[in-house]
Ligand binder design. Structure first.
Ligand SMILES: [Ca+2]
Length: 117
């Protein structure tokens, strides 16, 4: 059975499996890893406020405000070191809005729409 923590993340119960089905588990993880590599601060090996701010344009997130970036880091930073490592990033991606995913990859959007039909 699914362990559904319903803290405003209800949508992912539908969204997540559909994506997995479409891309396969490997392809899905690859997408997330690609995202991480795009955003990571190469010196530190984690995603920081600076790296996220600087590189978010690559994912079509140019309009993201400082406040939103800070929220994203804070939301995803599970061990409190101020940066997102790969696991924290992947975890965060599962929890973020599908709209963000849609911006970063049309493929993911298709997976979402597919599920709604
Ligand atoms: Ca961290």
């Amino acid at each position: 059975m699914m362990d559904s923590t319903r803290e405003g993340g209800v949508v992912f119960e539908d969204f997540f499996p559909a994506m997995m089905e479409k891309l396969g588990a490997d392809g899905f993880m690859k997408e997330l890893c690609n995202g991480f590599r795009l955003l990571v601060d190469e010196d530190k090996g984690v995603i920081t406020f600076e790296s996220l701010k600087k590189k978010s344009g690559l994912l079509g997130l140019k309009d993201t405000s400082d406040e939103e970036v800070i929220c994203m880091i804070r939301e995803g930073d599970l061990d409190g070191d101020g940066g997102l490592d790969e696991m924290e990033f992947c975890t965060l991606m599962f929890r973020l809005s599908p709209a963000l995913m849609r911006d970063s990859s049309e493929l993911l959007a298709e997976a979402i729409n597919f599920d709604e039909m």
